[in-house]
Design a protein around this ligand. Structure first.
Ligand code: EPU
Length: 301
């Protein structure tokens, strides 16, 4: 790995012993051996290929918003694609539709704002979802009946050997908060199709969704919804009904606003978070017989 950095085969920032807490929305996570912020696909390829050759584990961080990283040292290399942040119109754009190319490191909020400014309709309901496009595609992020899969045309991916391929939408199986994109593939970019509309109408709808979200979901340091919704029911409703609002382990608390949000009240650890997840799961199991499944992803917990 060292020679990649020393021989000019990598363009971008490199950090050693970088605390993952600085890159997760929960502000939890121990230091990772190496963290890289490649500026182009070749630099990314060189790092991945070296990691593959040397059997170094690779962790893709995305926007760090649906992620719980362990408190101890995280072995291997963490990759942030925050520099892959272009949004461009493509030649597939027609009178009625626009097809946008967007890099994996584009914050979803920036993509929604771009669409609002230009009057591109289709992702208004995703307003207020944090994180990057790459993670949103990988997990099929959704809100108020819209999922990112609804607008995907194709996704560019790189495997751990650094080979790039384009996957058309119909080659990817998306389902509720998941896709069949293997963990060993990095999403580089996605092309998305949106409908041309009046900017003021797109803007108004996006604001309405944002308001609904602000009214029902808490602020503060969280990882979004902790558990997946079981079938048609809401995990938040079930956790609330089991009397868990306000439950606390260390500095992690079940939000009083929406019970599927666990808030870091300051100085929380991954251990606290997991203990609280276990306690909540047990109470929900006792109360309703339903076994909740985590929605969040874990690194070395
Ligand atoms: N509810 C309660 N108590 C709570 C939370 C919710 O009684 O503490 C009730 C609400 O009153 C409502 C019902 O449960 O009657 C559903 O609540 P809500 O509309 O907030 O939706 P949700 O099912 O809890 C899902 C997604 C959210 C998404 C919203 C809006 C999951 C796990 N959650 O929440 O997604 O923003 O719908 O579309 O899929 C996420 O995935 O991280 C996430 C936040």
């Amino acid at each position: 790995m060292k020679e990649i950095f020393e021989k000019g085969l990598f363009k971008g920032e490199i950090k050693f012993d970088e605390p993952l807490s600085a890159h997760t929305s929960l502000r939890i996570g121990g230091p990772v051996d190496i963290m890289v912020f490649p500026e182009d696909p070749v630099s990314l390829k060189n790092v991945l290929a070296a990691a593959h050759r040397e059997s170094i584990p690779v962790h893709v961080i995305g926007g760090g918003t649906n992620l719980l990283a362990g408190d101890g040292r995280v072995g291997g290399i963490a990759v942030s694609l925050r520099a892959f942040s272009n949004i461009e119109n493509t030649r597939e754009t027609t009178e009625e539709h626009v097809v946008l190319y967007a890099g994996a490191g584009v914050p979803l909020a920036a993509l929604v704002n771009f669409s609002r400014r230009n009057g591109y309709s289709g992702i208004e309901a995703l307003s207020g979802i944090p994180g990057y496009l790459g993670g949103a595609v990988y997990m099929n992020a959704g809100s108020f009946g819209t999922e990112i899969k609804d607008v995907i045309v194709s996704v560019a991916v790189m495997n751990m050997q650094g080979d790039i391929s384009i996957m058309d939408r119909d080659r990817i199986a998306f389902s509720y908060r998941s896709s069949n994109l293997p963990e060993g593939l990095l999403i580089l970019s996605a092309n998305i199709r949106l409908k041309k509309d009046r900017p003021e109408d797109v803007d108004r709808r996006a604001n309405e969704f944002l308001e609904r979200k602000r009214a029902s979901q808490p602020g503060g340091l969280s990882a979004g919804c902790v558990f997946k919704n079981p079938g048609a029911d809401s995990a938040g409703r079930l956790i609330d009904a089991a009397g868990c609002k306000g439950m606390r382990v260390g500095a992690v608390e079940v939000s009083a606003v929406h019970a599927n949000y666990f808030i870091n009240k300051g100085g929380a650890t991954a251990r606290d978070f997991i203990e609280l997840m276990d306690a909540v799961r047990e109470r929900v199991r006792d109360n309703s017989g339903i076994e909740l499944e985590p929605e969040i992803k874990f690194i070395d917990t």
